[in-house]
Ligand binder design. Structure first.
Ligand code: ATP
Ligand code: MG
Length: 411
């Protein structure tokens, strides 16, 4: 038996309906905030992610699906931001009227250890807004994410905010961070020992218990912000207050990807276990320039759709109404079956959801099936109904019946 690849999912209709519902809310909310859909390729030059995501990140170092295509190295996208930045540069959008606002619903690929809320192919709702350094654009992006989660009925998902500073304040902070962790180097996990050299900020969000405990006492970016970053963070918080969006300041939020600067945030669910970040994002003012474009600031987030679904299940808000058939036409005999097909087809053209037998069930079994699939009405036809052109339409919930003309009745 051939099985699916570890860390991937098969999604059947009931679950797919839930995905579609959630994605529908995401699309509608994105439109309200002025974000238009962008579609970019599933795979890109490996170099795009090396430069865009950062060669010291776990994503690029360990998690990418990379392969040779002719003589070029290409990778399945592990996230969406780098591709969108590439697309706007390549298509000359950087000189358009600002801001540029895009959203996407995509699958991403990361070779991670599969567990609840973590798969190797996962689905993400992402947004990117380019062309503004104003905290007003941060507030807008955060408000969009908050409004999606609110509309989905999630109450136990909390917004955590931090600022990780800019290229002005980061170097001094980095130094004090490195000297703090150096003095505790013996207690660090192997991973963090190498992060200390390459990407010390990442130590702050190591999940290993002993590192986590050390990180609690580490210097905090928020205490080392330059005047500009401090002001931007204050304005962002004021804007969120004015918009009625609740948050907590959490100095341990640093985000995993290299391109973040300034404000960073995560929406964290209280009930779904270790993989509790349903949405993460922040400002990435250096990304477009780093990819060879002009200096163009940006702010965005990625929301993990499967984690949102987990949180919805946990909070008991994942039950969505399923569309049930309006009519089931039960048929007795070959001619009646042809007639049943014709009736269903006529009503489907009017936009109605109708079913009839296609597997050769007995009349009794057809009625049982109609009940099982929740059809609102049933119609039974045999030779005599075809002859008279009339049959009894039965309302399955009340048991009421009325006679209808087979070729012209409507529902
Ligand atoms: P984490 O700390 O959970 O690994 P991350 O920082 O790697 O997250 P991002 O790159 O910011 O995550 O991706 C944005 C969102 O996509 C995450 O907040 C999460 O909801 C979701 N996500 C990331 N990786 C996975 C995965 N392997 N499986 C399912 N969802 C994921
Ligand atoms: Mg990760």
């Amino acid at each position: 038996m051939i099985q699916k690849i570890k860390g991937t999912m098969d999604i059947f209709p009931d679950e797919a309906a839930l995905f579609r519902y959630v994605e529908g809310v995401m699309r509608e909310e994105a439109a309200k905030y002025g974000y238009g859909e962008i579609r970019t390729p599933t795979f890109e030059s490996t170099e795009l992610f090396v430069r865009g995501v950062g060669d010291t990140t776990d994503v690029v170092q360990k998690e990418m699906y990379t392969f040779a295509d002719d003589d070029k190295s290409i990778s399945l996208r592990p996230e969406g931001t780098a591709s969108v930045a590439r697309a706007i540069i390549e298509n000359g959008k950087c000189t358009d009227t600002m801001p540029l606002k895009f959203y996407y619903i995509i699958s991403c690929f990361r070779h991670e250890k599969p567990q609840a809320g973590r798969t190797r192919e996962f689905f993400q709702f992402g947004t990117e807004a380019f062309g503004s350094t104003s905290p007003a654009s941060d507030a807008t992006a955060i408000a969009l994410a908050a409004s999606v989660l609110k509309r989905l009925g999630l109450k136990r998902v909390k917004l955590n905010i931090n600022s990780i500073g800019c290229k002005e304040c980061r170097p001094a902070f980095r130094e004090s961070l490195v000297s703090y962790f150096r003095s505790h180097e013996g207690c660090l996990c192997e991973n963090c020992k190498s992060r200390l050299e390459k990407n010390p900020l990442r130590l702050l969000d190591c999940k290993v218990e002993k590192c986590h405990a050390l990180a609690e006492g580490a210097p905090k970016t928020i205490d080392h912000l330059c005047e500009g970053c401090r002001h931007d963070l204050d304005m962002l918080l004021k804007s969120l207050d004015a918009m009625g969006i609740e948050y907590v300041i959490n100095p341990s939020i640093v985000r995993g990807l290299d391109y973040y600067t300034g404000a960073v945030f995560e929406f964290i669910s209280e009930g779904i276990g270790a993989q509790s970040t349903v949405c993460g994002g922040g400002r990435y003012d250096g990304l477009v320039e780093g990819l060879g474009g002009p200096s163009l600031p940006g702010i965005g987030f990625g929301m993990g759709i499967t984690r949102v679904l987990l949180a919805m299940r946990e909070e008991g808000v994942a039950d969505i109404e399923k569309e049930l058939p309006l009519l089931y036409v039960a048929a007795l005999g070959e001619f009646a079956q042809v007639k049943a097909l014709a009736i269903c087809e006529r009503l489907r053209r009017e936009g109605k959801f109708c079913e009839c037998d296609t597997v050769g069930r007995s009349l009794k079994a057809q009625m049982k099936y109609a009940n099982k699939i929740g059809a609102k009405y049933t119609l039974i036809i045999g030779d005599s109904e075809i002859e008279t052109g009339r049959a009894m339409l039965r309302d399955m919930s009340t048991g009421e019946q009325r006679e209808v003309l087979l070729d012209s009745f409507s529902l």
